[in-house]
Design a protein around this ligand. Structure first.
Ligand code: ZN
Length: 238
């Protein structure tokens, strides 16, 4: 949804960074206000990655599932800046884990093709205008500091149907969208696998997370933007 100028040749143009920042902040503000209509937003992250599966993606976490569901329904079928919006529930609930910490420290040597989330930073002024807390790059609020997986850059942004919200929430307990079903059942029963990966504080955290009752759709772009700048792809012919 975010049309990153860097995906459209801006890097070669030597554009004033201030203009690029303004461009991004206008986008963010616009979308944030639009998305706020559906519910209270907990966090909204725009990806700076240029890799195929993340370019233009953004994630909006609502305080409750109603907000997420409303947004999903309202956004699909709409267009933004001439392109169709493709919204879906996201299996990512733990942004802290999926984000690239090296990018946060400006030392990611994988660059824009990195498979971890390169979350565009928000300026203080922008946060003030939108009356949101400046996001820290540390622990997300809610204390969701589950064990670090570290691996599998491609585990998020998968094609989730997003129809069944309850099932979806259970899925959220799984960080990865695949291998969920059997694992989910056995986890419920005895939590063994979790035990392997995480500390004994698991149960405590799980219930904390339950209490938070969050839902989150992600608005994804239709795909990589065209190589040349400007022209949006035409909507389907008929
Ligand atoms: Zn990175």
């Amino acid at each position: 949804m975010y049309q990153n100028p860097m995906a459209q040749g801006a890097a070669a143009l030597n554009i004033d960074p201030k203009l690029l920042k303004d461009h991004f902040e206008e986008f963010y503000e616009d979308v944030f206000e639009e998305f706020s209509q559906y519910g209270k937003i907990d966090a909204m992250h725009v990806m700076d990655n240029l890799s195929d599966q993340l370019v233009g993606n953004m994630y909006c976490m609502y305080e409750d599932e109603e907000g997420a569901a409303k947004a999903l329904t309202a956004l699909n079928g709409r267009f933004y800046a001439g392109r169709p919006i493709m919204a879906e529930f996201s299996p990512v609930t733990d942004f802290h884990e999926a984000r690239c910490r090296q990018f946060d420290e400006a030392i990611c040597n994988r660059g824009p093709q990195c498979n971890f989330m390169h979350i565009k930073p928000l300026s203080r002024e922008l946060c003030r205008r939108l009356r949101i807390e400046p996001p820290s790059t540390g622990r997300p609020k809610g204390g969701d500091d589950r064990g670090k997986g570290g691996g599998g850059g491609g585990g998020y942004g998968g094609q989730e149907g997003g129809r069944d919200r309850d099932r979806d929430r259970d899925r959220h307990d799984e960080r990865r969208s695949s291998r969920r079903d059997e694992e989910r059942r056995s986890e419920r029963r005895d939590g063994e696998r979790r035990e392997e990966r995480r500390s004994e504080r698991r149960d405590e955290r799980r219930s904390e997370r339950r209490d938070e009752r969050r839902g989150e759709p992600a608005a994804a772009p239709p795909g990589p933007p065209p190589a040349d700048s400007g022209a949006a792809p035409p909507p389907p012919a008929q």
